[in-house]
Structures are given as C-alpha cells and as structure tokens.
Design a binder for this molecule. Structure first.
Ligand code: ATP
Ligand code: MG
Length: 555
C-alpha cells in the first residue's frame, strides 16, 4: 500500500461510516438554493463541497431550486444561479430539478400524514399559534383544533387547496408534541394558504408547503443520501427525520450540518447584498466590490481560485470567519504562472528621450512571463516619447529613492538606460514632462555590463498607447470601524472605488471581456465585462501584487 497522507473532513468521516455500515451504498448530494437572490462566496463553498463529495465517492450531484416560497422568487435569479454554478464547474449533468415540480407529491404526502393521524388543520391565527407555542422554559398548549377527525381534516385540507379560505385563515400542522423541548417539534405548520402566483407553477396552487416539510421530501424523492446544510438547521434535524420517518420513505436521507463561511470585511448574506443593490450603494448584484459569484467573476476571479480557496477553508462544525486576504492569496497563486505580465501606467506623465531620433520606432522583445516560457514573447514599440508613472519621477527625492530624479539613471524595463536631464512644470508647478537621454549601448538583452543602475521602471510608448479606465477597489466595509453606523445605515468605505485613467501597451488593444493580465508593479487586472466598449476599455483591479498574508500552518 502506498503511504499517503489523506486528511478527511468530518463529513467524509461520516460518509465513510455510513458506507461501511451499509446504511447507504452510494453517495448522492445536492445543492438547493432558493432563487431569491444571487449566489455568493458562501454558496460557492456549499456547491463545491456537495459537488466535490459526489465526485470523490463516484456518486451523483443534483441541482435543485428550492422554490417553495413564491413571494421572493424570480426567474432572473434562477438564470443567474445556473450560470454561476456552471461557471464554478459543478456539473449536475441531466439532474436539474425544481422543488415546485413536486408540489403534487407534497400534497399527497400531507394527505398521508392526515390519514395517519399525524397532521391536522388548525384555525388559530399566526399570533395565537405563537402564543400557544410556549417558550424555551414552558411547554406549549394544544390547539383546540388538534383533535379534529381524519375525515374533517381531509375535507378541510382539500378545501384549503381549492381556494375556499383566505390567506392565514387555516394552516395544516404536523401533530407531534407541544411539550417537546425542541420548539421546532411543537406541531409545526407544514402548509399555508397563499393566494399568490408562482414563477414556475403559476396559479395552479394557492397552498404552499413550509421549508421544513418540503425539504426532506425533496431529498427523499431524489434519492439524496447526504443532505448537507448549514448549522442553523441543526435544531430542525429532528423534524427532518420525523417527516422522512412518518412518510415511510424506503431510503431515508441523512442531514449533516457544517458551519457557514464568513469573510472579514465583506458582506455575505443575500439580505445584505440585496440591500446594497436596492439602495444603489453598488452597481448591481455583480458590482466588483461584492462577493457574489457574479461579482467575483466580473472582478476577474477564476473558478480555480475559488476552488483553491474553498479547499483551504476546510469544512468545520464551529463558526469562524476567514481573512479576505486568503481569497486574494488564492487568485494571485492561480494567475501567477498563467497570465502575461504587461506594462500599464496608471497615473501617466510624459517622458521625452531628447537624443532619440524623432519618428523612429524600434520593436523590443519581451518575455510575457519570465517564470513561464510557454506564454511566449511579444514585441513592444519603443520611441522618443513614452509615458511613465508619475510616482517614478521626483524633483527632490528622499533617501533610497532609486527611480528618476535630475541626474539619475534608471533602466526602462525591456529597453535602455535613461538618464534624467531636466523636467517641465505647468503654471501650477505640477511636473508635466520629464526629459532624458538614453544610452544605445545599454539595450536589454545585448549583454551590456558596463555599469549598473538601481532602479527599473515601466513605461508605454506614447503615440500608440491604449487609453483605458482602470478601477481600483478597497473593501466595501471596514469591520474594525463597525459594519453599521449608529443610525442603522451601513458604514461604507468612501475609498472602496477609485478610478484611474491609464495608458497601456499597444498589445492590449484587442482584449476581450474577462481577459486578465498582470500589470507589472500594479497588480492583476481584468477587462470589465459590463462597461468595456471597443475603444473605451475598462479594467478592474482584481488584486494588488503584494501581501503580508501567510498561509496558516496546518497542524
Ligand atoms: P443567505 O443566508 O446568504 O441568504 P441562504 O442560506 O438563505 O443564504 P439558500 O439559497 O437558502 O441561501 O442556500 C442554499 C445553500 O447554501 C444552503 O444549503 C445553505 O446552507 C448554503 N449556504 C448559504 N450561505 C452559506 C455560507 N455562508 N457558507 C456555506 N454555505 C452556505
Ligand atoms: Mg434562505
């Protein structure tokens, strides 16, 4: 046997046990989003976890919309969710389901419970049901309608279905135990009247099942073995098991809970993201400052980087929050070898080489990625007028400043040494032009060893530079300052977006949506898919190059 070190997460340990004991002979998982918003990074974790388990155990993975609540659900969200899951690489093959397709079977299941004496129609108002429910310290009281006969319950439930009653007039409740220490077991409501159109079933139904009743049925119908969900459902597990048991499904699914993923300094949670979108704080669900999957894609994250991130996070039972810097680490790691390293000047200032002949152009060879020869080389036109970063010139430099200042010589990346001879200021005293001379002996790749310079700066040729809008991001919120202000509004970082008017190498002229690059010194950038136009490019900074982040040591 090979001596391999495999560390399993606690869910895998449970699955192994189930398989060994013969509880199940295969693994079948699902991802069940409610189509009431866009998916976010937390959902990505759940998707990749469920899909990953199915793959690892040679099992199956279902995609199922949990669309049992018609109030908030929309087709726009259904389409967005499908796109996001496909992009992440989780393949549901031909198993795309809608909980609403099972409304008929759920109705039959409810009838079965009534016939077994395990469910009853209750006329108490929502308010009264709450009062009768008791508290954590005190048991609840039985509803006066609890002992209705099976016949009466069947008739009333059918009338509920046939639209005889108004919203809230009657509900169907499971008959379990009003004194249970678990509040979820105190005769929970399992069906309610709601005269509402559904995005899938239209006006076919005016009663809708509650989540805790519907979910185990959906899992059982699809033959799910391990129904993996987040911790807030732990207290609902006895009810899940009750539903599955009372309905006598031959292969009962098993619910296992894990901790939600939280990230520092970002908002996860559909509710919060929705509020930012509706308040116009951000430009839609895919605003690159958000961590919805659509936003991460637009910003330039790759499916591989999110997979790596989810792997590193692991699966735990205890709540914790992960440093946003770890997500940045993953995208840097993913792009490092895969992307070309281009020159782009974010805050341009003109550099004129006085001794370079006017009108002359030469093409310099540059490796696209020094660490990966497979990415090949490109040619960069070099000429008399260039752009450099404003911060790469100083009239009066501090100590240890090795870039351009009067009298100093630097290397222009992939090109020649240039020495600063003079500079021009405008009427406000702002430097607008730097003048240099170049030394033809010092061409990059020529083997010149005559002398050394300490600084290397990047540049772009001015006459053929490509103009672009570049968007630089910071976190939308700063946790240390508190997520909320005293008046309940969110504390939004005013610098979460800054816009730069950049000049790029001509090789970047024909980029397409989602193409990404390293811009040397400035970070990784991605072509914005929403706002970029031909001749008016927009780039998003995915992440800067530097980080103090270190991978946590696994112990
Ligand atoms: P939110 O709290 O963001 O509104 P939700 O749980 O209401 O999310 P659903 O569409 O109901 O969203 O969830 C689909 C699946 O994703 C559920 O199984 C849920 O447990 C899981 N999920 C939701 N948020 C997270 C998270 N932060 N980390 C891991 N899994 C999550
Ligand atoms: Mg939800």
């Amino acid at each position: 046997m090979e001596n391999e070190v495999v560390s399993k997460n606690f869910i895998e340990v449970e699955i192994d046990k189930d398989l060994a004991e013969g509880v199940y002979d295969c693994v079948h998982t699902r991802f069940p989003p409610e189509p009431n918003g866009y998916l976010h990074i937390g959902h990505a974790k759940s998707i990749l976890l469920n899909y990953g388990l199915a793959k690892k155990y040679n099992g199956k993975f279902n995609m199922r919309f949990d669309d049992t609540n018609p109030t908030k659900e929309k087709t726009e969200f259904v389409d967005a969710i499908k796109r996001d899951i496909q992009w992440l690489g989780a393949d549901w093959e031909d198993r795309l389901f809608f909980a609403s397709d099972y409304f008929g079977q759920m109705y039959e299941a409810a009838v079965k419970l009534i016939k077994k004496g395990k469910a009853y129609v209750c006329d108490l108002t929502a308010e009264e049901i709450r009062e009768y429910r008791g508290t954590l310290k005190e048991p609840g009281k039985n509803s006066p309608y609890r002992d209705r006969s099976v016949e009466e319950n069947l008739k009333l439930f059918e009338e509920m279905k046939n639209g005889v009653y108004q919203d809230g007039e009657k509900v169907l409740r499971a008959k379990i135990d009003m004194a249970s220490p678990n509040m979820n077991m105190r005769d929970p409501v399992i069906y309610r009247v709601a005269h509402m159109s559904h995005h899938n079933t239209g006006d076919a139904w005016c009663i809708y099942p509650m989540y805790d009743f519907a979910h185990p049925i959906e899992d059982a119908i699809e033959g799910i073995t391990h129904s993996i969900c987040t911790l807030e459902f732990e207290d609902h597990r006895p009810l899940y098991d009750w539903v599955v048991r009372e309905l006598e499904y031959p292969h009962p699914p098993r619910q296992i809970e894990f901790a939600k993923l939280y990230l520092t300094n970002v908002v996860t949670g559909k509710r919060y993201i929705k509020k930012l979108v509706e308040d116009g704080v951000v430009d839609g669900w895919d605003d690159p400052r958000l961590v919805s999957i659509a936003a991460l894609r637009r910003r330039g994250f790759t499916p591989e980087s999110l997979q790596m991130f989810v792997e590193l996070c692991g699966v735990a039972k205890g709540q914790s929050s992960v440093d946003y810097a770890m997500l940045e680490y993953c995208i840097r790691e993913d792009l490092k070898m895969k992307r070309s390293r281009m020159m782009a000047v974010l805050d341009p200032i003109k550099l004129v080489i006085d001794n370079y002949p006017e009108g002359q152009v030469e093409y310099l060879d540059a490796a696209n990625n020094l660490e990966n020869d497979a990415l090949g080389t490109r040619q960069i036109p070099f000429c008399r007028e260039l752009y450099i970063e404003r911060e790469d010139f100083m009239e009066e430099p501090p100590k240890k400043y090795f870039r351009l200042f009067p009298g100093n010589e630097v290397r222009l990346m992939h090109a020649y040494f240039v020495k600063c001879e003079s500079f021009v200021k405008d009427e406000n005293g702002k430097v607008v032009e730097v003048h240099c001379t170049y030394d033809p002996e010092t061409k990059a790749g020529s083997g010149f060893t005559g002398r050394k310079v300490k600084g290397t700066i990047h540049w772009v040729p001015a006459p053929c530079a490509v103009e672009a809008e570049v968007r630089l991001y910071e976190n939308l919120i700063d946790e240390e300052k508190g997520v909320y202000n005293e008046d309940g509004t969110m504390n939004i970082n005013p610098n979460s977006l800054t816009v730069a008017h950049a000049m790029l190498e001509p090789a970047l002229k024909d980029v397409r949506a989602y193409d990404s690059f390293q811009f040397v010194r400035n970070g990784y950038f991605c072509v914005d898919a929403k706002d970029s136009r031909e001749g008016a490019l927009v780039f998003n900074r995915i992440v800067s190059l530097k980080s103090s982040f270190r991978l946590p040591q696994k112990g």
